[in-house]
Design a protein. Structure first.
Length: 298
């Protein structure tokens, strides 16, 4: 199905979603592109899943100022009628000043988290409840739903999500439509971006993992398991390919260390060279693990 056909196919349901939540034209114009792009990315077999996510999760825009967080997807755990459920919301900050492409990037990035968390989101164990966001979990105490911790694997979730955000925007950039308003939005996006779009979220970590993200075995496996929610076996799968137990967890720890060092570097006024050297050293450790994996799959 070409872009014109998929845009026309989804136009009525998108209009209904916009009316349901009273979205303004800034949001609605982008949804007419985003939802078809998600369906092309994940396939028509996942159309219902994608539409359910956009129906269930409201976009709330705020003029709250933040230097770091432009948008966030939130899923809050609660107990109702004998079941553990979640309340989801999407928040865009700095809304009155956010440029078109930045708004598009943020919406796609956060909705991509939501789409890849929708199936098998909640796991209930004896003492703990695990609330999934893509590849990672937030852990809660079962007795009182108090938050315990977020797994460090969130950094790999962000890296893959950033890659997919770029992929989806590049799908949109190639769209064509007979609808004048939609075509104008496509033109504006292309006018503000290069021929190929790269999301700048988690850019250092994404660059460090570039060979993993370009490895078909790694990316296709994680994308599939992430969408279906079957993520508990990823660690064992990765370790078996490399041939050494604990390798996946080492990769996660190194990526988290790079993120922490990057934040330290940005806030430092002196001794920045020492932190930069530490980043290079940890990056080399990541490169070694990536090489072990990629050399084991052909």
């Amino acid at each position: 199905m070409n872009s014109e056909a998929i845009i026309e196919r989804e136009k009525k349901v998108i209009q209904d979603i916009c009316i349901l939540y009273g979205y303004d034209s800034n949001i609605s114009h982008l949804l007419y592109l985003m939802i078809p792009a998600f369906i092309i990315k994940y396939g028509i077999s996942n159309e219902k899943l994608i539409l359910d996510v956009f129906r269930d999760i409201q976009i709330i825009h705020s003029n709250k100022k933040s230097s770091y967080v432009r948008a966030f997807y939130s899923s809050t755990l609660f107990f109702h009628n004998g079941k553990y459920l979640s309340k989801k919301v999407m928040v865009i900050q700095n809304y009155d000043k956010i440029p078109l492409v930045e708004l598009l990037d943020n919406l796609i990035h956060e909705f991509n988290h939501a789409i890849n968390s929708y199936v098998n989101e909640i796991i209930v164990r004896d003492k703990y409840i695990y609330l999934r966001t893509g590849l990672t979990f937030r852990i809660y105490n079962k007795s009182d739903l108090s938050f315990i911790k977020k797994q460090d694997s969130y950094i790999l979730e962000e890296i893959i999500n950033t890659k997919q955000t770029s992929d989806i925007i590049n799908i949109i950039k190639k769209f064509k439509s007979n609808d004048f308003s939609i075509q104008n939005t496509i033109y504006a996006i292309n006018n503000e971006t290069n021929n190929k779009y790269y999301s700048d979220a988690y850019s250092l970590q994404t660059y460090v993992c570039r060979d993993l993200l370009n490895n078909r075995t790694f990316l296709s496996t994680l994308e599939k398991l992430r969408l279906t929610g079957d993520v508990l076996e990823i660690k064992k799968w990765f370790d078996n390919i490399v041939g050494r137990k604990g390798t996946f967890q080492e990769l996660i720890q190194y990526l988290k260390e790079i993120l922490d060092l990057e934040m330290k570097y940005s806030n430092q006024k002196i001794m920045k060279g020492m932190t930069a050297n530490k980043i290079r050293n940890v990056t080399e450790k990541v490169n070694n693990i990536v090489l072990q994996f990629t050399s084991s799959v052909h």
